[in-house]
Structure formats: C-alpha cells, structure tokens
Ligand binder design. Structure first.
Ligand SMILES: [Ca+2]
Ligand SMILES: [Ca+2]
Length: 311
C-alpha cells in the first residue's frame, strides 16, 4: 500500500523533504566538508502532462548510512500528488512547503535511498508550447550521517521533458456515412474559433485529429460537430475527463436545418427525391445521390434522437 499526499498549494516554490534516520541524532552542529556523491534519476526522459515520474535517489558510497536530511528542489507548480514509500511517515507543512520524512532504516551502498512517485498536473504547458524541460535537483544542504559524521550530498540533477497532453475526440454516427464533405468540427469560446481537422470515418464514428487538452481545460472551449443535414452536437470542455471523448447527438436528418428532426425534414427529403434534386443537406450518407438510403438515414437519426432524448 502506498499513500498519496495531495499538494493543494499552487505556489509551492521549493519542495523540501527532510529525511531523518533511526539511530543517532542529527543535532551535531559539526559541519564537515566530506561529501558523498548522489544521483537523483527519473525513470523517464519524457512524460506527457498528467503523467507519472518516479525519482530514485542513490548514493555512490561504501558507507553504511544511519540517517539523512534530504532536501530537494523541485519545479514549482507542476506536481499534483507525491506518493512516498510505505515505510516513510510524512508530514507536509503547507505554509512552509516542508515535508518531513522519517524512516527507521539503514541503507547501504547501491540501495535506493528514497523513491518518490510524482503525478504531474493535467496542464503544465501553455497552449502554444510544444515541450519544456524541468529539473529535479538535490539541494546542496542535503546530508547523510555515517558513524556520527555528516557528509554533504554532491548531487546530480535529473531533467525530464514534459510534452503536451492531447485529446482525441469523435462523434458517434447513427447511420452510414461514406464521406465527410460539408461536415466540420471546431473548438470555440466567446472570442475564438479553432477548426479541428477530421482524421477519418469508421463504421460508427467520425474521428478528429488530436488537439491540445489545454484548450478545453483552461480556455473555456466547447467542441462542436456541425454539418448540413445533421443536428449540431456540442460538448463543453469542462465535461472532458479523459483523453478520449465521444460526442453524441450528431444526428442525421435535419434537412431543413432547424435543429430538429421531424415530418418537415421527411417532406423536404421526399421532395428532393421526387424532383430528383441533389442537395448536400439531403444526401445524408454523402454518396452523391439523394435517394431511399438517405430516408433510411433520416429514420435512424430520428430514432436515435428520440431514444437519447428520453434518457
Ligand atoms: Ca429539421
Ligand atoms: Ca445519399
């Protein structure tokens, strides 16, 4: 079992961990220039926003360590949660940003002294930012104790490149569709409208090219699918909880573009068929013809709209 500490403060400038060993006090004020090489290594070189990093601290020494005071300099405002090893009892001070760790164990050469699992926030980068490097460092005041002698840790830093999180969105299809001409998707808010390209069609959905999650989470955007002959379907960004989202409600059959599917659409479609007029709003399956197959699409759309509205 591991425990998680949620870090609520968003202005955490320096994350500090104090690691106190079981035997021998750290109260000795003798300062030594003796040092021990240490490495702080991440298990990944690249991680996406919202992803996990495991940081391991190892020492390059033959000394048997009895205690330690470990202080880390972590990047500010990118960590959502830190999970500590089971044997560590921790106390986090939200005012000072100091995390006190106590672990009654000794460790020897090559042991991983401390392993921290970090969960990054969902949004770390700005909307236009493709990546950023973050450094996780051992603070120069970190010490270990061996036979009552203190040794400063001379640490190497770990750098991790954070890359953007993307959302892959799709619209559910309720009838056959052979082509996406006249169908568009976009993200919009009060000030802005960003087209999202269509990647392709499967049997039961239209799939969009991935777009940056930061737009939906922080920009107040709504995702919209629109097309002639279809009921416009939208999903507010705040409703997104996953990297994959399926939008419902893009019903085929709104031939007269009033937002509903009813007898008026049926009449309009029948009229197009009788007079042999090809109109994209009536060509619901986008096969280039307006015929009985489009009537079947309209009925599928009407039925789906009726059933989903009833839920
Ligand atoms: Ca209609
Ligand atoms: Ca057709």
């Amino acid at each position: 079992m591991k425990r998680s500490i949620a870090i609520l403060t968003v202005m955490l400038v320096c994350f500090t961990a104090v690691y106190a060993g079981g035997s021998g006090g750290n109260s000795s004020s003798s300062t030594s220039s003796a040092s021990v090489p240490a490495s702080l290594t991440a298990d990944v070189m690249t991680v996406t926003e919202g992803g996990n990093i495991t940081l391991d601290l190892t020492l390059d020494t033959d000394l048997e360590i009895e205690g330690a005071t470990l202080i880390f300099d972590f990047p500010e405002d990118i960590i959502d949660t830190i999970t500590l090893p089971e044997e560590v009892t921790a106390d986090f001070n939200f005012d000072t940003g100091i995390l006190s760790l106590e672990a009654p164990k000794q460790f020897g050469p090559g042991d991983v002294v401390l392993s921290l699992d970090l969960l990054l926030k969902d949004i770390v980068l700005a909307a236009g930012e493709e990546s950023r490097d973050y450094t996780f460092s051992i603070n120069a005041e970190s010490k270990v104790v061996s036979q009552s002698q203190e040794y400063l840790l001379i640490g190497t830093s770990g750098t991790v490149t954070v890359t953007p999180a993307y959302v892959t969105a799709s619209a559910a299809l309720y009838s056959e569709l052979t082509d996406t001409s006249g169908i568009t998707a976009r993200l919009y808010n009060g000030a802005d409208s960003i087209p999202v390209a269509i990647d392709g069609i499967t049997d039961d959905e239209i799939i969009l090219e991935p777009f940056r999650k930061v737009l939906l989470v922080s920009g107040g955007y709504t995702l919209e699918f629109a097309g002639e002959g279809f009921v416009t379907a939208t999903l507010p960004g705040s409703a997104l909880t996953s990297d994959v989202v399926a939008v419902k409600g893009f019903y085929p059959g709104d031939v007269n573009a009033d937002g509903k599917i009813n007898f008026k659409d049926f009449n309009a479609l029948a009229s197009l068929i009788v007079y042999e007029r090809t109109n994209i709003a009536g060509d619901l399956n986008r096969d280039g013809k307006v015929d009985a197959q489009d009537v079947a699409c309209l009925l599928d759309g009407y039925q789906a709209m009726t059933e989903e509205d009833a839920v």
